[in-house]
Design a protein around this ligand. Structure first.
Ligand code: NOJ
Length: 547
């Protein structure tokens, strides 16, 4: 058992644009985050993952960076950032910076130079190719629709952009690029940050000519080099975003020998409502057995050999209570059930802002209310391809990234207390009912349930280090598992349906004594544990001290 602080921690993701606006311009900012540190301390989290706050023209909400060592005007100044670091560190909260180095903005000085001519010293910082038969070098597609190649008239070449055309891909083959990135990372490490979340890190080893995007042959060499030249001996948390991974690759990334990263952030359980081989917008119904399989595979296959992140939400995926839960009559119960399932597993839990309040998806009738480049590009492309408006809107309601990007609902005042101005994206109208203020003082709130889950983690090493085992594998309504550490065992039981469901334990647990750690319903502590009727979305964690 390799003990590490980042295994015992809980991370909270802040998407600054939508978190808290301190100056009334309608856009969340860094001072706004500092103002809310007490709230995060109250929740009990250890680390903030800060989505990008660097200088950026905001084509992709900050994931297009024009200066890595400066702060976006909308968000404040470097002094504000230093203050946030100081104040959070005082409270024992570390800050994880978002490292976006697969690409820069086209307004980064490197790209402005590179574009000037084929022999500019910065040209090779990016990936340029000659036209083939007067067209794109190949049919690589951008994640944000259309070709991944953009023609540059001035030099009669195409450059690669796996995201928007304002996000040109850096050329990681170029040693100078790599060293510049490492210098920048050290700049931030010297400021006292807690680590990095690495944006689409799996893409940096790409070979565009062979149409290899993820997991290119040099990927792990680059990560090892980065590790040695930056965070390697600094005891930081490093987490790599990886959409196309498997446990074998994850064991490389998160090798316990510390040669690469602390953990990965993979999406197998998030992709379950997508038709195989199609795009994320091509929906298929969710099946509990698929979820069990996906989550359990990673639990079992990384046991003792790697480390995973546990998450339901981030700024790219829809709200979990609207997905696997019921965001209407059982919103509170199902949000708590989903939290129980995840926080009982092995890995480092991530809470995405608003998840701790049970915030829900958004449904804008008017396309103009959507702000996300991915959504808008997809809409235009599909309209051109002849899809029906209603079908596209259905995909957006289910999967669009703006579902997760509406402002945090702080209270029931105008604009949910997020801003005194006009919010950059509309607030979810359900803020009168769902908001932080009403939950802080309600001991049965979702907020206080998350707080309790975090506390349980701190008090029970078995939650961090216990070995996972799925039980009732074929049950289509209940997701249940055990964790075992030395002479302790916990049993996590979650009803994924809105009906009563019988739970029958299929193995005997011999124990000296037991306790209930948590449940989203009132429990009779003397009730037997092996044959019970679970209420709608009921969840519970039992702990046993074994014979
Ligand atoms: C992944 C980020 O999470 C997403 O928001 C962004 O659009 C892409 N990477 C490109 O940086």
């Amino acid at each position: 058992m390799n003990k590490e602080w980042w295994k015992e921690s809980v991370v909270y993701q802040v998407y600054p644009r939508s978190f808290n606006d301190s100056n009334g311009d309608g856009i969340g900012d860094i001072k706004g985050i500092t103002e809310r540190l007490d709230y995060l301390k109250e929740l009990g989290i250890d680390v903030i993952w800060l989505s990008p706050v660097y200088k950026s023209p905001n084509d992709d909400n900050g994931y297009d960076i024009s200066d890595y060592e400066d702060i976006m005007d909308d968000f404040g100044t470097m002094e504000d950032m230093d203050e946030l670091l100081r104040e959070s560190n005082k409270k024992g909260i570390k800050i994880l910076m978002d490292l976006v180095v697969n690409h820069t903005s086209d307004e980064h000085k490197w790209f402005i130079e590179a574009k000037k001519s084929q022999d500019n010293p910065y040209r090779d910082y990016y990936i340029w190719r000659d036209p083939v038969n007067g067209e794109e070098p190949n049919d690589l597609r951008s994640t944000f629709s259309g070709s991944a190649w953009q023609y540059d008239e001035g030099s009669d070449q195409y450059y690669l952009h796996l995201f928007s055309k304002k996000q040109p891909d850096l050329n990681w083959e170029n040693e100078e690029v790599r060293n510049k990135v490492y210098d920048m990372m050290n700049f931030w490490i010297d400021k006292g940050i807690g680590g990095f979340r690495m944006d689409v890190i799996e893409l940096i080893g790409k070979i565009p000519d062979e149409k290899i995007k993820e997991n290119g042959p040099k990927l792990h060499d680059y990560i090892k080099e980065m590790n040695k030249k930056t965070f390697g001996n600094k005891n930081l948390l490093t987490v790599g975003e990886a959409w196309c991974s498997n446990p074998e690759i994850a064991r490389q990334y998160s090798n316990p020998d510390g040669s690469e990263l602390s953990m990965i952030f993979q999406f197998e359980h998030i992709l379950l409502d997508q038709q195989p081989g199609k795009e994320k917008w091509d929906l298929k119904p969710l099946e509990l057995l698929d979820l069990k399989k996906a989550l359990s595979r990673w639990q079992v296959e990384l046991e003792g050999t790697g480390w995973n992140s546990l998450f339901w939400n981030n700024h790219d995926v829809p709200r979990i209570v609207s997905r696997w839960g019921n965001d209407k009559e059982y919103r509170v119960e199902s949000a708590k059930m989903l939290a129980t399932l995840l926080h009982g597993m092995k890995g480092t839990p991530y809470i995405y802002q608003g998840e701790e309040l049970g915030m829900t998806n958004i449904r804008f009738e008017n396309l103009n209310d959507y702000k996300d480049i991915e959504t808008l590009n997809m809409y235009n492309e599909r309209i051109e391809q002849g899809y029906k408006h209603e079908d596209i809107m259905q995909s957006i309601y289910t999967k669009g990234r703006d579902n997760a990007r509406t402002p945090i609902q702080w209270d029931d005042s105008e604009n949910a207390g997020f801003t005194t101005g006009e919010p950059w994206i509309k607030v979810n109208p359900n803020y009168k009912e769902i908001n932080a203020k009403s939950q802080l003082n309600d001991e049965n709130s979702i907020f206080n349930y998350y707080k309790k889950l975090i506390k349980i983690r701190k008090l029970n090493p078995i939650i961090v280090y216990g070995e996972y085992k799925l039980i009732l594998e074929e049950n289509k309504e209940i997701f249940a598992y055990t964790r075992t550490l030395e002479n302790e065992k916990i049993l996590v039981i979650c009803n994924f349906t809105e009906s009563e469901t019988k739970f029958i334990l299929d193995e005997q647990i011999e124990f000296k004594y037991r306790e209930f750690l948590i449940s989203n319903y009132d429990l009779d502590v003397n009730e037997p544990i092996d044959n019970i009727v679970l209420r709608p979305y009921e969840a519970r964690i039992h702990k046993f001290v074994l014979n």
